[in-house]
Design a protein around this ligand. Structure first.
Ligand code: ADP
Ligand code: MG
Length: 239
């Protein structure tokens, strides 16, 4: 048995003709409870990797497993269901609906789970409290600061209590003080049990997380804690 939540084995993702490998053979395991940064310069393949981990995309070679389930073997419908129940997403651009209150933006995160409206709103209120925005429930995105908007987006991502949260450049549009509060919030959610993967080009941000996986040109060039392959690691660590 294993508590690997993400397991990639020689995963590739090719684009175009002739094919260019945006992901060029990545083997990576992430264990339940981890808080991991995937760090690399622009164009290194971070978003491609996040899309593969998030099952928004399938590998063109290799195997991607989420909670032990082979992404290649699942239908589009099964993947949608897996995402809705098991994975939360946060993006640099927040992706909130304008003109919609914070509580309804968050409640919409439960639409695909078949939760009734009253319960959606009750759970959304709780999620906003959890991210420290209990006092901003009826504000619309235009009435919130960038950091507050990202906290609403995080509340929406976690309102269904997914075990895995994926964040692509979550502080990319924020000033450094707001960015710091977002990083602290991610730490807090992680302490409460959510496995989190943060994509960033910012080495300083990455250094504030417990594990850093560096990628360049679609391959992993270093991993501060190649965790779940620990059997292989024991013999080499002292060297
Ligand atoms: P990052 O997020 O690190 O900036 P990406 O994963 O977005 O990197 O892109 C990695 C490489 O793959 C880049 O060279 C990019 O141009 C290419 N790429 C990404 N998506 C596509 C696509 N849909 N079609 C063609 N090339 C793509
Ligand atoms: Mg990107």
């Amino acid at each position: 048995m294993t508590n690997k939540i993400v397991s990639l084995s020689d995963v590739e993702r090719a684009y175009g003709e002739p094919p260019v490998l945006a992901c060029a053979g990545v083997t990576l395991s992430i264990t339940q409870g981890e808080l991991v940064a995937i760090v690399g310069p622009s164009g290194s393949g971070k978003s491609t990797l996040l899309n593969l981990i998030g099952t928004l995309d399938r590998p063109t070679a290799g195997t991607a497993r989420i909670e032990g389930r082979d992404v290649q073997a699942l239908s589009d419908r099964e993947l949608s269901a897996l995402r809705a129940h098991r994975i939360g997403f946060v993006f640099q651009q927040f992706h909130l609906a304008d003109g919609v209150t914070a509580i309804d933006n968050v409640a919409d995160g439960l639409l695909y789970l078949g939760v009734r409206r009253a319960e959606r709103r009750a759970r959304a209120a709780a999620a906003l409290e959890r991210v420290g925005l209990g006092h901003r429930m009826t504000h619309k995105p235009g009435q919130l600061s960038g950091g507050e908007r990202q906290r609403v987006a995080i509340a929406r991502a976690v309102v269904g209590e997914p075990p895995l949260l994926l964040a692509d450049e979550p502080t990319g549009n924020l000033d450094s003080a707001s960015g710091t509060t977002i990083v602290e919030l991610l730490h807090e959610l992680n302490r409460q049990g959510t496995t989190i993967v943060v994509i960033t080009h910012d080495a300083e941000l990455a250094a504030r997380l417990p594990r850093q996986v560096a990628i360049r040109d679609g391959v992993v060039v270093s991993d501060s804690a190649p965790g779940s392959d620990s059997d292989a690691r024991v013999g080499t660590e002292a060297a």
